[in-house]
Design a binder for this molecule. Structure first.
Ligand SMILES: NC(=O)c1ccc[n+]([C@@H]2O[C@H](COP(=O)([O-])OP(=O)(O)OC[C@H]3O[C@@H](n4cnc5c(N)ncnc54)[C@H](O)[C@@H]3O)[C@@H](O)[C@H]2O)c1
Length: 434
C-alpha cells in the first residue's frame, strides 16, 4: 500500500479531527483496524531491534524491509522475525545510502529510523519526500539548519514525521498532563527535567575506543540528549500551542568523568590515553518562554550515578515531583505545605493511551511507553491521520542540542530560539494526547 497522502489531504484530515468530524466512524473502524500497515526499519542496532520486537507483536503490521550497513546486525533481527512467526524481510546493507532503496519502495507506508544521530534528519527528509510516514529516533536533528530542513520537507509534502520520544508516552507523565489540563496545578510556570544516566560504556567500547556516540563528545560541548527530559515538559507548558521557547542559556562544567573512567579502567599501565573530549560532564540549560515561564534542563551522562529524569512541574496551584513521586495541590492536599503520594492521582487521572493498553504492556520496552508510542504511531499511519507527536514539537526539542552548544561557545550568552511554527504557536490548540 503506497501512501498517497498529499499536503491538502493531510491538512484536511488534520482540520477534520480538530473539529471532531469523524467519517462514518463505527462502520469504518473495523475496516481501519484490519488494514495492514507496512513499515521499513533503518538501523538494526540495539534500538532498532527493540522497536522491531514491539512492531512484530502489533496486529496487522508487517515489516517487509530492514536496513543496516553492518549485516551482522541482521542476525538478531532475523531471529526476532522467526520467533514472532513473521516472513523474512528483504535486507538492505549495500552501503550507507542503501536506505534510499528502502524509502523508495512503493509497498511501504512508513519508515522507522534508528541510526546514529547524524543520519536522522537526512533520512527523515527523504522519507517524507517519498510519501512515507516517518518515525525517527531521538534527537531528530543535530543543527538548527537540519531542524528547518525537516520543517520545510513537512510543509512541502504534508507527510507526517514524528520523533520517537518515548518519555512523552510514560504513564506518570501523561497522568500529570491530564491533571494540568483539568487545571489542578493552575497555570504552569516552571518545569525542570534531565537526562541523568551514566552512559560512559555507551560512549566508549571495552577497549576505550569511542563508539559513534563517543565521537560526538570529541567534537561538541552541548546537551547532546535533551529530548527525553523535554518530551513531557513541552505539553505540560503548552509549548507551540500558546507559548514557545524564546531564548536559552547553557552552562557546562569542564570534563572530569571521562579521564577518571580511563584512569580506572584503561590507563593504569599507560597503554590507553584518555581521549580529548570537548563535552563537559554536566550541561545545565535554562529556557525562557515568550509568556515568561522557565524550563531547566540538565544533561548528566558522564559521571557515575543511578538513572533519573528529575521531572518537576510547578504551577500557580501546585507542584508535581517525579523524584519524590509526590504532588502538592494547594487547598486539596490534606496537609498544608506537605507532599502527598502521587500514585492515587496517577490512577485517577490515567491517560486514555494507557487505559486500553494490553495487560503485559509494562513488559514491552522501558516499562510500556515504547509500546504506547509505536501503537499510536501505527494507528496514525493506518488511519492516515496526524502522528501523536508532531514535527514542530519534535524539532523544538531537538533544537536544544545545537542551541545549547551555541550558548556554551559564547560563554553562556543567551541564544534566541527559532519559532519553527512560523507564528502558529499563538493560535495552535494543544494536540498531543488530547
Ligand atoms: N528512545 C530511546 O529510548 C532510545 C534508546 C536507545 C537509543 N535511542 C536512539 O536510537 C538510535 C540508535 O541507537 P542505538 O543504541 O540502537 O545505536 P546502535 O549503534 O546500536 O545502532 C545504530 C545502527 O545503525 C546502523 N547504521 C549506521 N549508519 C547507517 C546507515 N547509513 N544506514 C543504515 N544503518 C546505519 C549501525 O550499523 C547500527 O547497527 C540513536 O539515535 C539513539 O539516540 C533511543
Amino acid at each position: 500500500m503506497k501512501t498517497t497522502l498529499n499536503r491538502r489531504s493531510f491538512f484536511c484530515v488534520s482540520a477534520m479531527s480538530t473539529l471532531g468530524i469523524q467519517t462514518s466512524k463505527s462502520a469504518s473502524s473495523r475496516e481501519e483496524h484490519d488494514k495492514t500497515v507496512r513499515i521499513g526499519i533503518i538501523g538494526m542496532g540495539g534500538r532498532g531491534c527493540s522497536l522491531l520486537r514491539i512492531l512484530l507483536g502489533l496486529e496487522n503490521t508487517q515489516i517487509p524491509a530492514i536496513c543496516d550497513i553492518n549485516p551482522k546486525r541482521f542476525d538478531y533481527a532475523l531471529k526476532l522475525f522467526q520467533d514472532a512467526g513473521h516472513p523474512k524481510p528483504d535486507l538492505y546493507d549495500k552501503n550507507e545510502y542503501d536506505y534510499e532503496n528502502v524509502i523508495s519502495r512503493d509497498d511501504l507506508d512508513a519508515v522507522i529510523i534508528a541510526t546514529p544521530w547524524n543520519w536522522h534528519a537526512k533520512m527523515a527528509v527523504s522519507g517524507m519526500k517519498s510519501g512515507k510516514y516517518v518515525g525517527v529516533e531521538v534527537p531528530a536533528a543535530q543543527s538548527v539548519e537540519e531542524c528547518w530542513e525537516l520543517i520545510d520537507a513537512f510543509e512541502e509534502t504534508g507527510v507526517p514525521c514524528m520523533m520517537l520520544e518515548n518519555w512523552s508516552f510514560r504513564r506518570d507523565n501523561l497522568a500529570v498532563l491530564n491533571m494540568i489540563r483539568e487545571g489542578l496545578l493552575g497555570e504552569t510556570v516552571h518545569s525542570q527535567c534531565s537526562y541523568s544516566h551514566h552512559c560512559i560504556t555507551y560512549f566508549f567500547d571495552s577497549e576505550g575506543k569511542p563508539r559513534w556516540q563517543g565521537e560526538f563528545l570529541l567534537q561538541y560541548n552541548r546537551d547532546q540528549y535533551p529530548t527525553h527530559g523535554l518530551g513531557p515538559v513541552l505539553s505540560w507548558l503548552n509549548i507551540n500551542c500558546g507559548d514557545r521557547f524564546d531564548s536559552l542559556v547553557s552552562v557546562s562544567t569542564d570534563s572530569f568523568g571521562v579521564e577518571q573512567y580511563y584512569r580506572e579502567h584503561f590507563t593504569k599501565d599507560g597503554a590507553v590515553k584518555p581521549p580529548q573530549v570537548q563535552q563537559g560532564d554536566i550541561v545545565s540549560t535554562l529556557i525562557k518562554t515568550k509568556l515568561g515561564k522557565t524550563i531547566y534542563i540538565t544533561n548528566d551522562m558522564l559521571l557515575p550515578r543511578p538513572y533519573d529524569n528529575r521531572w518537576m512541574v510547578q504551577g500557580t496551584k501546585g507542584i508535581y515531583s517525579f523524584e519524590r513521586n509526590s504532588i502538592y495541590l494547594e487547598g486539596m492536599s490534606l496537609q498544608s505545605h506537605e507532599w502527598e503520594e502521587f500514585a492515587p492521582y496517577q490512577e485517577k487521572y490515567e491517560h486514555r493511551f494507557w487505559k486500553n493498553a494490553p495487560a503485559d504492556v509494562e513488559q514491552l520496552g522501558h516499562g510500556g511507553p515504547d509500546y504506547i508510542e509505536l501503537a499510536e504511531f501505527v494507528r496514525a499511519v493506518r488511519t492516515q491521520s496526524p502522528t501523536p507527536l508532531d514535527l514542530y514539537d519534535s524539532v523544538t526539542m531537538s533544537s536544544v542540542v545545537a542551541l545549547s552548544g551555541q550558548s556554551i561557545a559564547q560563554k553562556s550568552a543567551p541564544v534566541p530560539c527559532p519559532d519553527f511554527t512560523r507564528g502558529k504557536w499563538k493560535t495552535n490548540k494543544p494536540r498531543f494526547g488530547v
